[in-house]
Design a protein around this ligand. Structure first.
Ligand code: DAH
Length: 349
């Protein structure tokens, strides 16, 4: 029995190896494969019959038949690749397509450097728990100024600094001069705890130069809860800056003034280009530090204006210029590079 089957295996091996070798087209090869290894193929049938053998016989014939099955499968695959390649070459020989010609290239779209920078900032803030909030670009004086404790005679309200829009129904509208109005809108409609970030465009009557533009972008942050202090502000903004500029980034807080925060701070980052070591550094002008944003503890008047009890709640707020941070982190010297759509510049990011 064993001998007989061994001979059968040998015959199948010789027979199919020769047939595969001499096969010249893909359909014939497919038929051949079915007749050997298909559901009712010769080798398949033989493999099925092994189950009736004794254990001893199985031990010998099992591996032998499996080896043959693998051998034939490989032979079929190799022949198939060979025939397919021959077919493609025959097709190509009939045409004059030059496959060595470089292919056409297509310009791929990419994010604008400002969008890249803004996304990096909002991604870090999102990890710190800040959720996205929005407000209108055309604001009323109440949200842009009054509720933020910015008095009528404050210079920010000067027509020299702000785009006012006359409106017959209400006193006056302005193209928002900062994103801080979103704080007011959020606090008026939401109970603490509040933790929002508000990215968006702002407008000021600034002449265009290397660092000014009448339209630019800010990101506002606001965190209101019980017992929020300057310590929380320092910790969160330090983590934010380290997320943006690397874990060794150094952050400095200086006293400052904003009508809507008390106390107020200005936040600087150690120059990432000269690390404070180059008195001639063109980025930090040799000061070693770069001013990044304004922040502070939300003024009790602002909380009151928005219907939040300053005796129970406190919070911090901050506002930063996306362009300013992007220019610093990407080492772009002129803000106009963001708006002029010069592909040679934009393509670098
Ligand atoms: N609104 C300020 C500006 O446009 C930036 C700012 C400073 C926002 C301090 C804040 C803050 O929320 O607390 O210059």
């Amino acid at each position: 029995m064993t001998k007989e089957l061994k001979n059968k295996l040998n015959d199948l091996d010789k027979d199919y190896s020769a047939k595969i070798q001499s096969c010249v087209d893909l359909t014939a090869l497919q038929d051949l494969q079915v007749s050997a290894l298909g559901r009712k193929g010769e080798l398949t049938e033989l493999l099925k019959s092994l189950k009736d053998l004794s254990l001893e016989e199985k031990k010998i014939l099992g591996p032998l038949s499996n080896d043959l099955k693998n051998k034939l499968n490989t032979a079929f695959e190799n022949k198939r690749s060979e025939l397919e390649a021959a077919q493609i070459n025959a097709e190509l020989a009939k045409t004059d397509i030059d496959l060595t010609l470089p292919a056409y290239t297509f310009d791929k779209g990419r994010r604008h450097p400002l969008a890249i920078a803004q996304k990096r900032m909002t991604d870090i803030l999102a990890k710190l728990g800040f959720v996205w909030a929005q407000g209108p670009l055309i604001e009323d004086e109440e949200h842009n100024f009054d509720a933020l404790n910015i008095p009528k005679n404050h210079p920010a309200r000067d027509v020299q600094d702000t785009f006012f829009i006359k409106n017959t129904f209400k006193d006056c509208f302005v193209l928002r001069t900062h994103t801080s109005g979103v704080q007011v809108r959020t606090m008026k409609k939401q109970k603490p705890p509040i933790r929002i970030m508000a990215p968006g465009r702002v407008f000021r009557k600034d002449a265009i130069d290397a660092t000014h533009s009448p339209v630019f972008n800010q990101i506002e942050g606001l965190y209101i809860d019980k017992n929020i202090s300057l310590a929380d502000l320092k910790k969160d903004l330090t983590v934010f800056m380290q997320g943006l500029f690397g874990k060794n980034a150094q952050v400095r807080f200086r006293p400052s003034f904003f009508p809507f925060t008390e106390p107020s701070v200005e936040v600087d980052v150690k120059c990432v280009f000269c690390e404070g070591k180059d008195p001639a550094c063109s980025v930090c002008k040799g000061t070693g530090w770069k001013e990044m944003l304004g922040a502070g503890i939300v003024h009790p008047n602002v909380l009151k204006n928005c219907g939040i009890d300053p005796e129970v709640y406190s919070g911090y707020a901050f506002g930063m210029g996306v362009e300013r941070l992007a220019m610093f982190s990407l080492n772009i010297k002129d803000i106009r590079a963001f708006y002029e759509n010069d592909m040679r510049i934009l393509e670098q990011f």
